[in-house]
Structure formats: structure tokens, C-alpha cells
Design a binder for this molecule. Structure first.
Ligand code: NAP
Ligand code: MG
Length: 490
């Protein structure tokens, strides 16, 4: 069943320039399959030493004639080649992610790999469209010609999480490369394999050595060395809010540019006129997909009083029919969560929810004995003052709370320190627009959920982050704007 013969991850090596190197300390970290606890690979446990070498390699590539003078059209063609290469290896990448992260392979093939492929293809178009402006200078304007140019920020330190390793790495690398930057990428120590394989495929696609370097290892060593390195110009981070805050504080030392994609507690709001045939399965999948390990998961159901019972019963029914199992089985919809730490954390939150007075409805009791599985769970009757309403659980756990009016729904939606996404189910067009405007979140999906598109800037309000990835905003955040002012008189 677990056949790794087709998987080629550069075992125990990191990419610095064109070389695959082991950690100089010789240390490695075990890679565990969350479906059964098997150790099936090793990654290098890098240190500040390898980070420094990787930054030097990225700096040299940034300044090289080959990269810095590459015509935008040729950079565009290169990103297209990367997209093609990843697409050709889609099956292998999905399988590798399934082993490493636990997620169902067929869902990785449907979501993770295409998201990565498409951002390279989309960003290929931006290489040739990064414009400055001509500026109508006031005052003595007739004597000056002024314009802006957009230049690449420089060397990027990219740090990614374990829930969608390949898309998060691809979003950062594709956008940074489109802008002309070079990258040192540190994937989560829990799921580094698809990132390493992506880097290998990018070299095969013709990406010049040093444009992408990957240093694997622990957050507190490799991550810390990257965020404190004085020759890194910008950190692009996706991960937890506490680490994001630490990065922001650390960046004050040398005023590194920082963009942060952090946690969330996104609401799914069901209005009384919603089409429940759509809203119910969507609300279920908005939380249970990827075992709830999605930063913008619809983890708080806010449901109108008049349809609450029907919606809860419906979500329970959907969840009951989601097969739980290891990620290589074609029928699996719910894989394991990523490790024991997460499983314990999620189960603890279910207990806390019950202690706080919620009813825990477990939708599926057929849980495999081995591995880190958690059944989809609804916590019904959750009070807005409770911990489970306010804290990110990051597992297949939906809190459910009733409301009576539109204003109450908006107030509950906004009662959060986060503001990443919101799913709104409503047939009334005017109410939809009113609510989309009033909800404090980076993305509001109306009668839809989980639509990520490389053209749609993504990011958070409040403690869900700073900056927007992908889309025009996403490429421009890897540039600096320079004003040039030229006298027209000699
Ligand atoms: P995490 O603990 O913050 O880790 C994220 C990354 O930061 C990992 O690569 C981690 O390395 C690294 N890291 C840890 N400590 C560091 C330090 N001191 N300096 C620099 N880097 C450090 O988050 P996670 O547990 O992997 O991911 C789950 C969280 O990410 C959730 O809160 C989720 O909501 C959020 N998330 C947000 C988005 C978004 O787009 N907004 C997307 C996905 C996930 P190690 O793994 O090696 O420790
Ligand atoms: Mg793993």
C-alpha cells in the first residue's frame, strides 16, 4: 500500500546554489507519516551556517548579470517552464504530500498542486507588466520630468507552514521571481519534502542556481537565522500569529520588509434566506476539508435562529458521510491531522468546548486506530465569550452559534482578533453587499467558499496578517518604488 519507489525527494539534502548539501553538523530530522507514525525519510537539520551560505548564494544570483539583466519576457518564459514542470510531476507531488502531511492524495491533486502550478503561470504574466508612473510634479513642474520605477526588493527570506506546503511555497517564490527577487526558502520542518522536490524541478526547468535556495530545519534555528540575517531584505511568512508577531518585532532591528499571512477564525454565516442545499455542504467542507487545517477554514458557524437546527443536522449528515482514512485511498475525504501534537491540541479544545457548555456532536466514529485521526466535530450552542469561539483550533472542529438579526451576525463575525476570511450564504443581493462591506476580513466569499485564485489578493485584517499575497498586490510587495526626478534644464 505504501509504495515509495516513485518518490524522489533529495533525502537529507538542502539546496544552496546548484548544490544539494547535507547539514555541516550532519544532523537530520525524521519525517513521519501521520497516517501510521512511520518514519519514511530524513531531512537535513540546517543551522545559521547554511542560512548564511544560502543568503550569499541568493545575493550573488540577485546581482548576477544572468538574473538581474534577464529580459522580462525571458523571466516570464522561465516561470511558464516551472509551471509546466510542476504540472508534469503533479501525481508524484500529490503522493509525496499525502505521505508527508497526511492529506488525501486526490485532494492534493485537485487543490495543492494546481494552486502551485497556476501561480507560476499567472505570475509569468506579471514579469512584463511591472510598471512605474510618470508624475505631474507640482510647483516648478515644467522644469522637471519625474517618474517612478519598481525595482525588486532583493533577497527574500520565505518561511512556510505545514498545512499547504507546496502552494504556500509557490505563492511566495513565483511572486518574488516575477518581481526579479531571489529567495531563501525555509519550509516547515514537519513537511519539507514537496518544497525540496519543487526546488529540484525548478532547477530542471532552467531556473538559474541561487535564485531559489532551500534550507530545511527547525524554526528556532533556521527560521531565526533567516529573520535576523542582515543581508535579507524582506521576510515573507505564512504561519501562526505568535511567530508572525515575533518576526515583526525582530524586523525592527534592521527594518526588513515583512509580509505576514497568519491565523484565522473565519465565520460561515448562514442567513435565513440562504439556499440551504448549497450552504449546508459548503459550511461542512469549509471546516472539514484538509481536516480543518486551513488558515481561512470556516471554523465559526453563525447561523440564523430560524434554520439553525436544520443546518446543524445537515452538516452532521454531510460529515458522517466523509470517509476517514489514510491519504492514498481513493475514497478518503478526511486524512489524519499532521502530528500527535496537533491531535492532542484539537482534542483538548473539544474538551474545553464541552466544559464551556457546548454540545459536542461527533459526526463519524469510524476512526482508524493507528495514526493521528480526529473525527469531524460540531460544537453546538457555543457562546461568543467562550475560548472555542475566539481561539484558533486548527482542526476539524466547527463551533456553532445562533443569531437573530443581520446586525447581530455582523457583530459576531467581527468579534474576533482575526480577520482572514468569511463565507456568507444569502440570497438577498443588497444584504450581501452590505454585509460584505461590513465584515472585517481580507476575503469575503458570498455563496461560495475556498475560492483562491492567483488574481485575487489574499491576506488578513487585524491579527490575521499584514500585506496581501498573489494578484497585483502580491507581486508589487516584492518591489520597492523609486522616484526619479530629472531636470529638463541643463
Ligand atoms: P508556525 O509554528 O508559525 O510555523 C510556520 C513556519 O515558521 C514554520 O516553517 C516554522 O518552522 C517557522 N518558525 C517557527 N518558529 C520560528 C522563528 N522563531 N523564526 C522564524 N521561523 C519560525 O505555524 P504552523 O504551525 O506551521 O502553521 C499553522 C499556523 O499557520 C496556523 O495558525 C494557521 O492559521 C497559519 N496559517 C496561515 C496561513 C495564511 O495564509 N494566513 C496559511 C497557512 C497557515 P518549523 O515548522 O520548523 O518550526
Ligand atoms: Mg511529515
Amino acid at each position: 500500500m505504501y509504495n515509495l519507489d516513485n518518490i524522489k525527494a533529495p533525502a537529507g539534502k538542502m539546496l544552496i546554489g546548484s548544490s544539494w548539501v547535507s547539514a555541516q553538523s550532519g544532523e537530520t530530522l525524521a519525517v513521519e507519516n501521520p497516517a501510521n507514525g512511520d518514519i519514511f525519510a530524513q531531512i537535513a537539520s540546517g543551522s545559521a551556517l547554511e542560512v548564511d551560505l544560502a543568503v550569499k548564494s541568493a545575493r550573488a544570483a540577485f546581482e548576477s548579470i544572468e538574473w538581474s539583466r534577464m529580459r522580462p519576457l525571458d523571466r516570464s518564459r522561465l516561470l511558464e517552464q516551472v509551471a509546466l514542470k510542476l504540472e508534469q510531476h503533479a501525481d508524484e507531488l500529490a503522493l509525496l504530500e499525502s505521505y508527508d502531511n497526511g492529506k488525501p492524495k486526490h485532494l492534493a491533486l485537485m487543490v495543492d498542486v494546481p494552486t502551485a502550478v497556476e501561480v507560476f503561470r499567472y505570475m509569468a504574466g506579471w514579469c512584463t507588466k511591472i510598471y512605474g508612473k510618470t508624475l505631474p510634479v507640482s510647483g516648478d513642474g515644467s522644469r522637471y520630468h519625474a517618474y517612478t520605477i519598481r525595482q525588486p526588493v532583493g533577497v527574500i527570506g520565505a518561511i512556510t507552514p505545514w498545512n499547504y506546503p507546496l502552494p504556500m511555497a509557490a505563492w511566495k517564490v513565483a511572486s518574488a521571481m516575477a518581481a526579479g527577487c531571489t529567495v531563501v526558502l525555509k519550509p516547515s520542518e514537519i513537511t519539507s519534502l514537496t518544497t525540496l522536490r519543487m526546488a529540484e524541478l525548478m532547477l530542471d526547468a532552467g531556473v538559474p542556481p541561487g535564485v531559489l535556495n532551500v534550507v530545511t530545519g527547525k524554526g528556532e534555528t533556521v527560521g531565526e537565522a533567516l529573520i535576523t540575517h542582515l543581508d535579507v531584505n524582506k521576510i515573507a511568512f505564512t504561519g501562526s500569529t505568535p511567530v508572525g508577531k515575533h518576526i515583526l518585532r525582530t524586523s525592527a532591528n534592521d527594518l526588513k520588509r515583512v509580509s505576514l499571512e497568519l491565523g484565522g477564525k473565519s465565520p460561515t454565516i448562514i442567513m435565513p434566506d440562504a439556499n440551504l442545499e448549497k450552504a449546508i455542504p459548503d459550511a461542512a467542507m469549509a471546516i472539514f476539508f484538509n481536516s480543518g487545517q486551513t488558515c481561512f477554514a470556516g471554523s465559526r458557524l453563525l447561523c440564523h435562529d430560524s434554520v439553525y437546527d436544520e443546518v446543524i443536522a445537515g452538516i452532521k449528515e454531510v460529515a458522517k458521510n466523509l470517509p476517514i482514512g489514510h491519504g492514498q485511498a481513493a475514497e478518503t475525504m478526511i486524512g489524519p491531522v499532521v502530528n500527535k501534537k496537533q491531535k492532542d491540541r484539537i482534542e483538548n479544545y473539544i474538551r474545553i468546548g464541552q466544559e464551556e457548555g457546548a454540545e459536542a456532536i461527533s459526526a463519524n466514529s469510524k476512526i482508524p486506530e493507528q495514526g493521528y485521526f480526529v473525527a469531524p466535530t460540531i460544537l453546538s450552542g457555543v457562546s461568543p465569550d467562550s475560548r472555542v469561539f475566539n481561539e484558533e483550533i486548527f482542526g476539524p472542529v466547527l463551533t456553532a452559534t445562533k443569531f437573530k438579526t443581520e446586525d447581530e451576525a455582523i457583530a459576531l463575525a467581527n468579534q474576533s482578533c482575526f480577520g482572514l476570511g468569511a463565507n456568507l450564504y444569502c440570497r438577498d443581493g443588497q444584504a450581501s453587499h452590505r454585509m460584505a462591506s461590513a465584515i472585517n476580513a481580507g476575503t469575503v466569499w458570498v455563496n461560495s467558499y475556498f475560492v483562491l485564485d492567483p488574481a485575487m489578493p489574499f491576506g488578513g485584517f487585524k491579527q490575521s496578517g499584514i500585506g496581501r499575497e498573489v494578484g497585483e498586490d502580491g507581486v508589487l510587495m516584492f518591489t520597492e518604488s523609486k522616484s526619479v526626478c530629472m531636470s529638463l534644464e541643463s
